[in-house]
Design a protein around this ligand. Structure first.
Ligand SMILES: NC(=O)c1ccc[n+]([C@@H]2O[C@H](COP(=O)([O-])OP(=O)(O)OC[C@H]3O[C@@H](n4cnc5c(N)ncnc54)[C@H](O)[C@@H]3O)[C@@H](O)[C@H]2O)c1
Ligand SMILES: O=C(O)C[C@H](O)C(=O)O
Length: 357
């Protein structure tokens, strides 16, 4: 009888071990002497599986922390080419539901991606003062290409939230990689422009004396300089701005990233992690089937003649379920749109050419 019980226990341990102990490093094996196989770990039961690529970086770390706190996440995979053991060990001690696993280096990329519902990518180098986002292209294009090849192979149906700059080019790169692999679904690839909306809400609220949580500014176009186009004529609640306020707000929203870079501690990481989590949470709620989840994102689009454009999209069980038209623009915004489209065309073309070359 005792033997039967023991063998049943051993069997259960083996099953749990196979589930929890992929052949990557194990953050739960520590000074207690208990391995993962000895722990009665719960988790992974309900919720979504999310991977963060670039999880040990300036954005990656606070983003990992905040995603570990998200009740919609059951499994959280943290991947980077450096430092994931430490970040994973640290975050895995948080008493929230998601099971955290770390993956280090390219040999563990496929394992990190297998079975994921959502992949968030903040991997790549950030700007230094004096640089444009396009100056990051040479390094980040290759990083994004490699990571997307992994996604095409291991989780082709995952929703992808792409943060790495220059977003106006990295999203077209990702699309071309997926097309080459035969897995491209335009509804599942989203360039994250949420930080522009977060900044716009904050700056408009400051000027108008409102609570930023009650302000909603659509920001369309792309994610660099003049391609970031806030539609101040469509702000909710409706606001009437002087021309001076419009110039000030448009300029500040378009240069919010540069404002942080020039302040000297790297490019935005904390506000970006906040924005990325807001956006990822919206994607997960869409996947869950919640209604009326609308955010701005840089996606494959027909709202202009360009193949990609940021505008309001409705998120659902398949990713982007509807792309909204831009709505009525005033003359100031129409001029801004033409400038944005000109620069976007070049950046999109550069991304496409990188994969096609
Ligand atoms: N979309 C946006 O609104 C937005 C906002 C802020 C920053 N960004 C961009 O996000 C990126 C990351 O910024 P950061 O401040 O976190 O930089 P960071 O240097 O602090 O972190 C980047 C991380 O990526 C990792 N990495 C590098 N190559 C990798 C690879 N091949 N696979 C996996 N991981 C890899 C690095 O090891 C590092 O941990 C930059 O390109 C930055 O411009 C975008
Ligand atoms: O400005 C940067 O380089 C980072 C990011 O794109 C931002 O808008 O903060």
């Amino acid at each position: 009888m005792q033997e039967t019980n023991n063998s049943r226990v051993n069997q259960r341990i083996a099953t749990i071990s196979a589930h929890l102990n992929p052949p990557s490093f194990s953050h739960m094996e520590g000074s207690s002497g208990l391995g993962r196989a000895d722990c009665r770990a719960k988790g992974g039961s309900t919720g979504f599986k999310v991977a963060i690529l670039g999880a040990a970086g300036g954005i990656g770390q606070p983003l990992s922390l905040l995603m570990k706190m998200n009740p919609l996440v059951s499994v959280l995979h943290l991947y980077d080419v450096v430092n994931t053991p430490g970040v994973t060990a640290d975050i895995s001690h948080m008493d929230t539901g998601a099971v955290v696993r770390g993956f280090l280096g390219q040999q563990q990329l496929e394992e990190a991606l297998t079975g994921m519902d959502l992949v968030i990518i903040p991997a790549g180098v950030p700007r230094k003062p004096g640089m444009t986002r396009d100056d990051l292209f040479n390094i980040n294009a290759g990083i994004v290409k490699t990571l997307c090849e992994g996604i095409a192979k291991c989780c082709p149906n995952a929703i992808v939230n792409l943060i790495s700059n220059p977003v106006n080019s990295t999203v077209p790169i990702a699309a071309e990689v997926f097309k080459k692999a035969g897995t491209f679904d335009p509804n599942r690839l989203l360039g994250v422009t949420m930080l522009d909306a977060v900044r716009a809400n904050t700056f408009v609220a400051e000027v108008m004396g409102l609570d930023p949580r009650e302000v909603d500014v659509p920001v369309i176009g792309g994610h660099a300089g003049v391609t970031i186009l806030p539609l101040l004529s469509q702000v909710k609640p409706p606001c009437s701005f002087t021309q001076k306020e419009i110039d000030y707000l448009t300029n500040r929203i378009q240069n919010g990233g540069t404002e942080v870079v020039e302040a000297g501690a790297g490019s935005a990481t904390l506000s970006m992690a906040y924005a990325a989590v807001q956006f990822a949470d919206a994607c997960l709620r869409g996947l869950r089937g919640d209604a009326d989840i609308v955010r701005c994102a840089f996606v494959a689009s027909h709202v202009t003649e360009l193949p990609f454009f940021a505008s309001k999209v409705r998120l659902g069980r398949c990713g982007v379920e509807e792309i909204y038209p831009l709505g009525p623009l005033n003359e100031y915004e129409r001029v801004g749109l033409e400038k944005a489209k000109k620069e976007l065309e070049t950046s999109i073309g550069k991304g496409v050419a990188f994969v096609k070359k």
